[in-house]
Ligand binder design. Sequence first.
Ligand code: G
Ligand code: MN
Length: 422
Amino acid sequence: MEAAVVNQTDSVTFLQTLETALRKRTAATAALGLIVANIENFDEVRSAFGHQRTLPLIASLAERLRAALGERDAVIRFGEAKFGILIIGLKNEGHLVLAANKILRETAHSIEDQALEPKLRIGATASLRRGDDPDVMLQQAETALLAARQENRDFLLYEAGQTGRLRNALGLAREIEGALEHGEISMFYQAKIAAADRRPVGAEALMRWSSAERGFVPPDVFVPVADETGQMEALTWYAINAACRQLSEWPDRWGPMSVAINATPSIVENTDLDELLTSAKGLWGVPSQQLTIEVTENALMRPEKCFAALNALRASGVCVAIDDFGTGYSSLSYFNSIPADELKIDKSFVMKMLEDDGYARVVKTIINLAHSFGLRVTAEGVEDERTADALAALECDFLQGYFFSRPLPQPEFIDWLEHYKA
Ligand code: G
Ligand code: MN
C-alpha cells in the first residue's frame, strides 16, 4: 500500500486509509495493527530548531519509521506531531509490541550531534478479526497513547478497561485542582539530624493529600498525575510558601533550621524556581541558607536543561540536594560539575545496609564519592539506632528516618522539636 510519508493529512484522511486497509484485507493480511506515535516534545523541538528546520527533521524521522517497518506497512503523518502506522498482516499482539519497540529504538538519536531529540510515545491496538470499525481502532490507539502518557511509559498496548482507568486518572487530575482550594493538601515535616552530635538541623517538607472523596492519596499517585496535567507548579508554589511560613514557627532551641522542598524534574526544567523562591523568601523573611531544593537524580539526565536552573539557585545561596541517589540512571561523568551541595542516599540501600554487606558497601562508596567532590550526605530510611551508629562511623553527615521521627504535621513536628533529646 502506498501512502504519503511526510505530507501532513488530517485524521479523516487517515481514517479513510485505515478503512481501505480494513476492507482490502485478505486472508494473508487479515490481522492489522494500528500504532499512533506522537512526538511528545514537538513544541520544544520546533522552538529550538525553528519552523524551517523542523520540517526536514520530521521528514527524516518519517524515513526512519519507514525503515523500521515492513514493506507493506504504511506510515502517515496526521496532525502536526503524530504518525499513524498500519502494520499489515499482524501475526499476534506480540508482533505489535516488537514493532513498537523497534520504532522506539530506531528513532532514538535521530538527529546527530543534537542534544534535543524528537521524543516518540506510542499507543497501539490490534485488530485480529474482520469487521472492526476504523473509528474504534483509532480511538483505542489514542486511548493507549493517553494511558502511556499518564503512566509515563514509552509504549502501551490498548487493553479493555484502559478507558475506565484513564477516566479515573483524569478525574484525579480534576480533583487535585479542588484539593488546594479546599485545604486538603498540607505539608508534613520529617526531621533531619546531624550524625555527629544527633542534633536536629532541619526537616524535609513532604506533601500529603487527605481527600474528602478518596481518603489519603499517596504522593507517588498524585504527583505524576499533577506533573502530566500541568498542576505541579501550583502544588510546588504551595509547598514553598507553606514551608517558608511554617519554618518561622519552629522553636529555636536547636539554632537556625533549614527546610527542604522536593521539586520534580519537570518543575526544575520548565519553571523559574529561582523566581518562585525569591518571592517566597521575601514574603516570609527566610534567608536562602535555610532553604534546600531536592531533585531526583533523573533530572540530571538532561543536564542542558537543569544545570543552569540548579546553579542559579545555588548562586542565590539555596542548597541543592540530589534525592533518592543511587536509584536513577544518570552517569557519574557529570560529577565534576554537579550542580548540587548534597546527596541523599536512597532508603532502599540504607534500610538493608546492616544485613547485607553489598548494600553496606554501596552506602560507604556513595559517602566517599560525595565527600571527594565536596558534597554533604544525608542517609534516608534510618529505622534503628545501629544503622544510625554505622552511618556516623562512615562519616555520613545527616540522618533521616523513622528512628528519629516519621513525617509529622506542623503542630506535632513543633512538639517533637520541643521534646527531642540529642
Ligand atoms: O523520595 P523521598 O526520599 O523524598 O521520599 C520520602 C518518603 O520516604 C516519604 O514519603 C517518607 O514518608 C518516607 N520515609 C521517610 N523515612 C522513612 C523510613 O525510615 N522508612 C521508610 N520505610 N520510609 C521512610
Ligand atoms: Mn526527598
